[in-house]
Design a protein around this ligand. Structure first.
Ligand code: FAD
Length: 495
């Protein structure tokens, strides 16, 4: 033993020993991780234990999240109730931009084919953005990517089609059924879901998919604060505007990291919306507040040099509507618990940089269904089992939230980054534009911007832009004319 200790003092042997200890520690850590990813293999509620009339899952809310979850659960053989307080077709205030990850799932469900057949989807080809200093790039992306990065679909069409698709797959869709409460019986492992209409539903699992303000998740204590982001929408009548592109984002400096956007529908109608993204001091969306949205929205239409030109003087524009955005799981204690899942906006599944949440709702809905079907096999619906849903949505899109939040902060503090990005698009053309589009639509993670072939040209572009703006003093082309500074008008809609 003494001899061994002596030998261990020799530098080479000590290094080998240290390496072995590190390798053992790493191995132990990896083993611990892989074991902790194991879910219960059997539980107290095997197949056949469901009481008569009860469902495997009761889903509250038939938006994209709830209906997608219902479709995949029903398709996998589960008994599902899908409860929706409205009757389809119903409107939902939205920018209507559906990103590619959602398009792929909608194709799998057969919904995309229906939307195309009904001429309800406009695949975005020509698009781009206007940077805070007024640089503009509008290019064509489909040829370079091989598919559209997004498409515009009115929510009256999209949501009705997904809900009907879930119903055809076997989900028990109940429209006009408003859920008021849900009570869990721990001894039986059964939820009783109560509705305003007096009908009660029983289920093994409760899925809260009732949107950003989720009354149910709040009542059950999983959602602890009101959403902090907000977005407006106004449709512009077809044939009254000058727009020929499919989708453009406008990054006016005053509301960064928020932005406004115009998306074009197949019938030439436009959707104009204005996103305010929480950032900086508590209660702020950059330098503006939620209550500034009406004036920002209306001033953009009237005085923004790019937007007012795109819309033209004769544009017939709907009155502004607005609704809340719950970004990056803001105010959510957990998205899973014993016999419980939170999906879509109810879980805060909106990208904290873009404010987009249709694709994450759809991906999250699918992840919830996969978790439920796996739990049905084992009969265990405890928190240790529902955690697989958390792993599923984290893998699908949640891993990007951290970078998105950082991106929003960067854009707010250093708008020059957006200017440089746009200038790089002008230099490289569509090749750079598609990189941007792929990242902003969640086709690629935000870390893609850190890869040398993207980061190095961007860094050089930042230096060039810095010289132009700060050394040569080149003036911004993004100047609002005669603006009306009446901030703080009343919000419309279900804000
Ligand atoms: C103005 C605006 C613009 C946006 N633009 C875009 C965009 O362009 N692209 C994008 O990807 N995302 C956008 N978003 C975000 C997107 O709208 C949401 O992320 C998406 O709708 C989330 O889907 P969901 O199914 O989780 O919730 P929702 O679509 O809100 O669906 C929730 C459903 O639950 C129902 N419900 C609520 N309470 C109850 C109850 N008690 N009982 C029964 N049913 C109930 C509601 O009626 C509704 O049908 C925008 C949001 C806003 C506000």
């Amino acid at each position: 033993m003494q001899a061994l200790l002596e030998r261990a003092r020799e530098p080479k042997v000590a290094a080998v020993a240290a390496g072995a200890v590190c390798a053992a520690a790493a191995g132990g850590y990896l083993l611990h991780r892989s074991l902790s990813h194991r879910y219960p293999t059997e539980g107290p509620y095997p197949a056949g234990s469901l009481p008569d009339g009860a469902y495997d899952a009761c889903i509250v809310g038939a938006g994209p999240a709830g209906s997608t979850a219902a479709y995949f659960m029903a398709k996998g053989g589960a008994k599902v109730a899908l409860l929706e307080k409205e009757k389809f077709p119903r409107d939902k205030y939205c920018g209507d931009a559906v990103c590619t990850p959602a398009i792929k799932i909608l194709e799998e469900m057969g919904v995309m084919a229906e939307l195309v057949e009904g001429n309800e989807a406009q695949f975005a080809d020509s698009g781009g953005f206007v940077s805070p200093h007024g640089h503009v790039y509008i290019g064509a992306s489909v040829e370079k990517i091989g598919e559209a990065a997004a498409c515009a679909v009115k929510r009256t069409h999209l949501d009705a089609r997904i809900a009907r698709c879930a119903s055809r797959a076997g989900a028990d869709l109940r429209e006009g059924m408003e859920v008021t409460d849900a009570v869990f019986d721990q001894s039986k492992g059964i939820w009783t879901v109560k509705t305003k209409q007096g009908v009660e539903f029983q289920s093994r699992v409760l899925v809260c998919a009732d949107g950003a303000t989720s009354r149910l998740a709040s009542k059950l204590g999983y959602c602890t604060e009101a959403p902090k982001g907000v977005c407006s929408r106004a449709y512009v009548e077809a044939g009254t505007h000058n727009v020929s592109f499919d989708g453009v984002c406008f990054y006016a400096k005053e509301s960064l990291p928020g932005y406004s956007a115009i998306f074009r529908h197949p019938n030439d109608e436009l959707n104009f919306c204005y996103y305010l993204i929480p950032c900086g001091k508590e209660g702020m969306c950059g330098d503006v507040k939620e209550s500034d949205l009406p004036s920002l929205h209306n001033n953009a239409i009237k005085y923004d040099p790019f937007i007012s030109k795109a819309l033209g003087p004769k544009a017939k524009i709907e009155r502004m509507k607005a609704a809340a955005l719950r970004l990056g799981c803001q105010g959510i204690k957990s998205t899973f618990d014993d016999h419980l899942l939170l999906v879509g906006d109810a879980a805060g599944h909106i990208d904290p940089l873009t404010g987009e949440g249709i694709h994450t709702a759809i991906m999250g809905g699918k992840a919830a269904a996969e978790a439920l079907l796996a739990m049905r096999q084992t009969g265990d619906y405890s928190k240790a089992s529902t955690k697989r849903y958390y792993k599923g949505w984290m893998k699908a899109f949640g891993h990007d939230f951290y970078m998105s939040r950082g991106g929003a902060n960067l854009v707010y503090r250093y708008p020059i980054l957006l200017d440089a990005c746009c200038r790089e698009m002008q230099r490289q053309g569509d090749a750079m534009m598609v990189k941007w589009a792929e990242v902003m639509t969640n086709m690629k993670p935000k870390t893609y911007f850190l890869q040398p072939h993207v980061a190095v040209p961007l860094a050089i572009a930042v230096v060039r832009e810095f010289i132009d703006q700060k050394v040569l003093g080149k003036a911004s082309a993004y100047i609002m004319a005669n603006r009306d500074d009446d901030k703080g008008g009343a919000k419309d809609g279900n804000c």
